[in-house]
Every structure is written in C-alpha cells, then in structure tokens.
Write a protein that binds this ligand. Sequence first.
Ligand SMILES: Cc1ncc(COP(=O)(O)O)c(C=O)c1O
Length: 390
Amino acid sequence: MQLEERVRADTPGVGSGLVFLDSAGSSLPPQVVTDTVIGHLRREAEIGGYRAANERLADLAEVKTAIGALINAAPTSIALSDSATRAWADFFYSVPLGPGDRVLISGADYASNAIAAVQRARATGATVEQIPSDGSGQIDLDALARMVDERVKLVSVLHVPTNGGLVNPAAEATRIAHSVGALVLLDACQSGGQLPIDVAELDVDALSVTGRKWLRGPRGTGFLYVRPELAESMEPQRLDLHSAEWTGPDDYRLAPDARRFEFWESDIAGRLGLGAAVRYLLDLGPEAVYAAIAARAEYLRKGLAEIAGVTVRDLGLRRGGIVSFTVDGTGSAEVRDRLAEQNITLTVSWASSTLLDMTSRKLESVLRASPHAFVSFDELDRFLAAVAAL
Ligand SMILES: Cc1ncc(COP(=O)(O)O)c(C=O)c1O
C-alpha cells in the first residue's frame, strides 16, 4: 500500500471532508494511539492506576526504546516529559550560569525558551544574546563563529521554528558552539517526527520534542534527550524520589541516567500513547514520512505563490513541512476563521511566539499550514482554491 493510502486508512480524522493543516499545532493521531490511550484509561478505571501501570511496565520501558530508535540514542539518555517546553526547561535551568556567562539564542527561537533565558540571566548575572540570521533567514554560521568565546555556556539552537518552513543547520551550529566548550540545547519540537533526527550526527548535548505535533502522539507528552555523559553527571534543578533516592537524613543519590530529569507521577496512558505513536512512525519509516511531508509543503508553497495577494513567508535554504503566508488586506485570524467555516484547519502564528524574527521582518502574524503525510493532494487543492476564493 502507498504511504498516503495507509496513513489515511489509519487516521480516523481524515476522509470526512476535513482538510487538516495543523500538524505543527496538534496533529490527528493514528487509531493505534487513541486506542492505546483509551484502553489504558479503561484499565485504570477497572483496577486502579497503580495496578494498571504495573501490568504495562514492559511497554512503558519500551517507550524509551522506541524513542531511542527514532533519534539514534540509548533509552537511558531519554527522559519522558509532558511537553517540549518542560523538557527544554528541565535541561536549561540545570546548566550552571554565573555573572559574565553568555547564553546565545537563535533568531527564530520560541518565546518560552527566550523567556526562560531572560529570567535565568536576571537571576545569575549572565547575558542573553541573539545569534544573527543570514540573508536566507537561517542561523548565520559565520556570525556565530565570530560571536563565540569561552564565556558562552549554552547555545539554544532552534531546529525548525514555529512560524515557518526553515530548517536550521543544527549540526554545523553545534560544531561551532562546541569549539568553545559551550553546551547545545536543540529545540526539536517542530522537527521531531517531521524530519529524521540522529543525535549522534547532530552531536547536540540535549534536545526537546513534544508528542502531539509531528509525532502524532497524545497531548501532554514529550521527551528530553540528554547526552549520556551529561545524563550521568548533571544535577537537575529539581528532584523527587524517582529522579533521586533518599539515602540518609542529609543525603540522596541521583538516578544514574536521564531518569534524573523525570518526576515520578505521570500520565501513563499518555506515555503509552506516545510509545504507540513513535512505533507507528518507525514502522512507516521516518525518511518516507518526511519526504511525504516536504512534498506537500512544497506543493502548497508553489500553489500559494501563484495566488494574487498571497505572500509566502518561509525562510531558509532547506525547508520542511511548515508553510507560512500572509494575505494582503485580510488579517490572519479572519483568514483562519473563514477557512474554518469550510472545514479547513490551519493556525495563526503571532509575533509574540517568535518575537525576534517577526519583529525583524515587521510581521504581526503569519498563517501556518502544516500538512502531514495523511493529507491528500486533493485536499491541498481544496485549500488552495479556498484561499484563492478569499
Ligand atoms: C519551536 C517550538 N518550540 C517549543 C514549543 C513548545 O512546545 P510545547 O507546547 O509542547 O511545550 C513549540 C510549540 O509550538 C514550538 O513550535
């Protein structure tokens, strides 16, 4: 069976006339994810949460194995989380900073990352500086190479921004950061599940991903990858009896691996659902899925560029599955709402989410269409015709 056919058959949300272009927001899960989550919730209702979890210990361990297979990491270097932001912050706040230290953030960095960086800089006396973007809109690698020195302790590299198709050269940026000993925290929230990710190739020190977007997992899930040497040596900012063991009145021992970045309590059904989503993607093949996503996004860019009054806003040399655009004379929220009336789902990305980038481009908002592999080309045509008819 062709990929599209199979994915559509596995996705209950498609085929009812909905044109779904919001996998960068919160995607439509495959049936197996919904069944896994609901099945576990039913079991919890039957026998209680603890026994239900105990029945699934092997499957729960398997969640990290599947994630490890997806990003080429050991399961022990994965901490399960409840969002990309939580995962990112769990690592970021644990990096020691002091007066004079420097934190570099990407031009298209996400608001939550930037807010955390500013808060931490205020508390520690460190500074936060923006890595300039080059003419294409991606991280300016030459400028980064000129900026770094041994006071740079952490570089926040944004893989794929929330507001456009750009894919940043993460491996190259990481090499530059490492040349001065800085840590690299990669925001892979929009790339995880979209692009094939290999942490050994990227060589990043940590990476955060959310479950509900391109991975098509449940809401309230995500994960953090931490390089093994750091997972064994870093002290997380906050601990509990799962991330550490209470060994005496004044002492504790940290969990030996990335588990030290987890708390005990969690949404077991959500985690099992995340595992099902990752296994489903592995079974389809991440390369094939990315090729399908990128082909759809390119089709949309070309189609949108041909519509009078529409401007495609995507930056970068390499482009992924997010298509950003504006419509002359019509506000983004109005376009979104008028398309919603025709059962077409896409979202608006506001300047406040990517303040540095949007301010530099004098944009208040962009429309964001993000087609996953389950969207048919007929549906893309329906969307393009609806935009043209505005
Ligand atoms: C680039 C990027 N980073 C981080 C996040 C935050 O993800 P979450 O809402 O799962 O914390 C988003 C969400 O849209 C995002 O687009």
